[in-house]
Ligand binder design. Structure first.
Ligand code: HEM
Ligand SMILES: *[C@@H]1O[C@H](CO)[C@@H](O)[C@H](O)[C@H]1NC(C)=O
Ligand SMILES: *[C@@H]1O[C@H](CO)[C@@H](O)[C@H](O)[C@H]1NC(C)=O
Ligand SMILES: *[C@@H]1O[C@H](CO)[C@@H](O)[C@H](O)[C@H]1NC(C)=O
Ligand SMILES: *[C@@H]1O[C@H](CO)[C@@H](O)[C@H](O)[C@H]1NC(C)=O
Length: 311
């Protein structure tokens, strides 16, 4: 894996300035468009939606810088499974287990209360008009730009799915932090993304935090070898082991970008080059998905992002 890392970093790092490749992920469901999606979708039905979303996101980030990361990740997880259609926000019901408790999401994805605030603010100006999926897409764009990252053209007009994916589908679609490079590339390829896209999109880890449980295997028993991942810088390994002792609290957090955790910058990639990537999937490089979006008359405009309208 050290070999794979060296290869991918030196070959692909030069492409990083094209961070706008991020739009590949974030508009992933739009690759297979569907002329019904457009950046001006709400121009007449909800002309203030971009401003309203940005206002709530700005306040949320002022209250907690990490929220930019959490909102960006929600959009990624929404888009990776079944395209960007909002089921990641659904609560469990008596009949359906939502995506929130799937392994990659359980005790991990966050920001739902901010999404609710955005939804309320949007409903107050344009009732039953803007989907929860579009709110996630707009919130991701606002989040990235507010912490110094790129903005992108956000195609709008997605509808919210009424059927969440099964836990098994979520687990099969989302990449795993302990996956090796071929596995990660395979998952991205499965949704139409190539190796360069994978590397560019992994740049989302320039912000945000991960729990010890997401990376402690590589600190103590990398790939079942009984030893740490040889690709981790020695000082960085000691520091991570002290944060995440064996048998310790699995929910303790470390920044994904060891140098500039709250800023959308190239620090993440520099860290990889000095073997200070936090997740195995970072050090190996990873990422994303792609399916057709729901557009009218399919799906619905969910009134409460936690439940389908008929519930
Ligand atoms: C390459 C495949 C990927 C893997 C294996 C992966 C895995 C993870 C893991 C394990 C965490 C920490 C979760 C926890 O410990 O609770 C995380 C956090 C995060 N991921 Fe990814 N991820 C990938 C791709 C992406 C992409 C493409 C984006 C967006 C462009 C993204 C954005 C984020 C953000 C912003 C966080 C921090 C969230 C927060 O602090 O609340 N990830 N990811
Ligand atoms: C989700 O996490 C909770 C602990 O907070 C645990 O009880 C539950 O079993 C987990 N669910 C899944 C599907 O892993
Ligand atoms: C918003 O629209 C829905 C569906 O048309 C309706 O049930 C609800 O009462 C409306 N809410 C407000 C505050 O107007
Ligand atoms: C994306 O964010 C930028 C910067 O905040 C903003 O100017 C732009 O209008 C946003 N685009 C959309 C469609 O939200
Ligand atoms: C390391 O992982 C392997 C495979 O998962 C397991 O069989 C082995 O018992 C583990 N070793 C230690 C020391 O935990």
């Amino acid at each position: 894996m050290g070999f794979a890392t060296a290869l991918t970093c030196t070959q692909l790092y030069p492409h990083f300035p094209h961070l706008l490749l991020l739009l590949l992920l974030l508009n992933i469901s739009d690759l297979h468009v569907n002329a019904q999606l457009s950046s001006s979708f709400y121009e007449t039905s909800c002309p203030t939606v971009v401003t309203v979303v940005e206002g709530v996101v700005r306040q949320a980030i002022e209250a907690e810088a990490r929220m930019a990361a959490s909102l960006l990740r929600l959009h990624f997880h929404d888009c990776f499974v079944h395209g960007c259609d909002g089921p990641v926000l659904l609560d469990d019901t008596a009949t359906v287990t939502g995506e929130k408790t799937a392994l990659p999401n359980n005790n991990s994805i966050r920001g739902f209360e901010v999404v609710d605030e955005i939804k309320s603010a949007v409903e107050a100006v344009c009732n039953a008009t803007v989907s929860c999926a579009d709110i996630l897409a707009l919130a991701a764009n606002a989040s990235a730009t507010l912490v110094g990252g790129p903005s992108w053209t956000v195609l709008l007009g997605r509808r919210d799915a009424t059927n969440p994916a099964s836990i098994a589908e979520v687990t099969a679609a989302l990449p795993n932090p302990n996956s090796d490079m071929p596995t990660i590339i395979g998952r991205f390829a499965a949704v139409g993304l190539n190796v360069e896209d994978t590397v560019a999109l992994s740049g989302g880890h320039t912000i945000g935090q991960a729990r010890c449980v997401s990376f402690s295997a590589r600190l103590y028993n990398f790939s079942g070898t009984g030893a740490p991942d040889p690709a981790i810088d020695a000082d960085f390994l000691a520091s991570l082991q002290s944060t995440c002792p064996q048998g310790g609290d699995a929910n303790v957090l470390r920044p994904l970008d060891a140098t500039t955790a709250d800023t959308f910058d190239v620090g993440y990639y520099s860290n990889l080059q000095s073997n200070r990537g936090l997740l195995q999937s970072d050090q190996e490089l990873t990422s994303d998905a792609n399916t057709a979006p729901l557009t009218a008359p399919q799906g619905e405009i969910r009134l409460n992002c936690h439940v389908v309208n008929s519930a």
